[in-house]
Design a protein around this ligand. Structure first.
Ligand code: SAM
Ligand code: SF4
Length: 327
């Protein structure tokens, strides 16, 4: 399916829960956020149905995120159902890596190999300061086990002014020894109201740090829908990416739709939710009606994140946490 700007929309990101066992301070306050009652979350049968309808519309890629997806008890069942849907060439997961180790054999059995792990620092104390939890060793162990088992790993690190810019090079150096893409993300204001203003350490700042350390850094051609500007250091096993999540320089190639844990569809990360598909589904509509609704939503997808922000009915959207939006 294409939108009115001729972009092919074939990638859906679904937050399977808004709950999380970490408290990354760029994502939510120390006391957490007000979670949705369980009955408000999409059931795994509802998610499978949505995926199957989207598959008919040409969707080929799905990412499960959250919150922490592995906190959800029926998550493996959802993965099993999704693996049975023929339309999806690739199933991706974004996780904080604290709870997934015991699921590795099942993930392998299902052929799910693409996992994004979030690690914002290789310094145990700084990791603790950022996540407000003491799971550094567990997450690093997960990283190594996944690599040893042949998973295709991308590391996500949010870079924050005054907090972890000193981690950029040590994290990037992981790409030297491991076949892993290390991606640095600009901080966005979706932190559950923890702090009002984000002092941006921009994609340009991150790129300058990388270029200063790696004078022979090469810019690679981005793939369809890629939000990261991809870079490579000659001889390194993995690549480096910089994601201008706040500067929003990639909207012209956007290929995605988001579904929050409570069924709210976001046709852009910066809108405030355009339609609640859970309520619509629970009103008893047919698959054809669901498909028509998705077509309408995709047709109305805004040009870019700045336009989406202007069109918000509720400017408090920026007070939401990425954990409920689905990062
Ligand atoms: N809990 C999982 C995790 O941390 O990977 C999945 C959900 S988390 C919301 C998904 C991604 O969003 C993570 O890579 C996280 O670093 C990123 N994220 C969360 N809040 C953010 C913010 N305010 N700005 C930029 N990225 C953010
Ligand atoms: Fe949890 Fe992920 Fe948000 Fe950290 S970024 S608090 S791990 S949802």
């Amino acid at each position: 399916m294409t939108d009115s700007f001729d972009r092919t929309i074939d990638y859906v990101r679904i937050a399977v829960t808004d709950r999380c066992n970490l408290r990354c301070f760029y994502c939510m306050p120390a006391e957490g956020i007000l979670y949705e009652p369980k009955a408000h979350l999409l059931s795994y049968e509802e998610i499978t149905r949505l995926l199957s309808v989207l598959g008919v519309l040409g969707f080929q890629k799905v990412r499960f995120t959250g919150g922490e997806p592995f906190l959800r008890k029926d998550f493996m069942q959802l993965l099993e159902n999704t693996a049975g849907l023929e339309d999806y060439k690739s199933i991706h997961i974004t996780s904080n890596g604290t709870l997934l180790q015991r699921h590795i054999p099942k993930l392998k059995e299902l052929g799910i190999s693409k996992i994004n792990l979030s690690i914002d620092s290789l310094d145990k104390e700084r990791f603790h300061k950022i996540t407000r939890r003491d799971d550094f060793e567990k997450v690093m162990q997960t990283f190594h086990i996944l690599i040893d088992n042949g998973f295709k790993i991308k590391l996500n690190a949010v870079i924050m002014k005054g907090i972890n810019k000193q981690d950029i090079i040590p994290l990037a150096e992981l790409a030297k020894d491991y076949p892993v893409d290390v991606r640095f993300i600009e901080e966005m204001p979706f932190n559950g109201g923890y702090k009002e203003n984000v002092e941006l350490y921009s994609a340009r700042d991150i790129y300058s740090d990388l270029k200063a350390y790696y004078p022979n850094l090469i810019k690679l051609q981005s793939k369809h829908g890629d939000t990261a500007s991809l870079l490579s250091v000659p001889g390194y096993k993995g690549n480096i990416g910089v994601i201008a999540a706040f500067s929003r320089t990639f909207c012209n190639t956007c290929n995605r739709l988001r579904i929050s844990a409570n069924g709210e569809i976001k046709s852009c990360l910066y809108d405030d939710g355009v339609f609640n598909i859970r309520d619509y589904m629970r009103s008893g509509v047919t698959d054809l009606e669901l498909a028509d609704k998705f077509r309408e939503i995709i047709r109305l997808k805004p040009k870019d994140g700045f336009e989406a922000e202007k069109m918000r009915k509720d400017q408090k959207e920026a007070m939401k946490s990425m954990s409920s939006i689905g990062g």
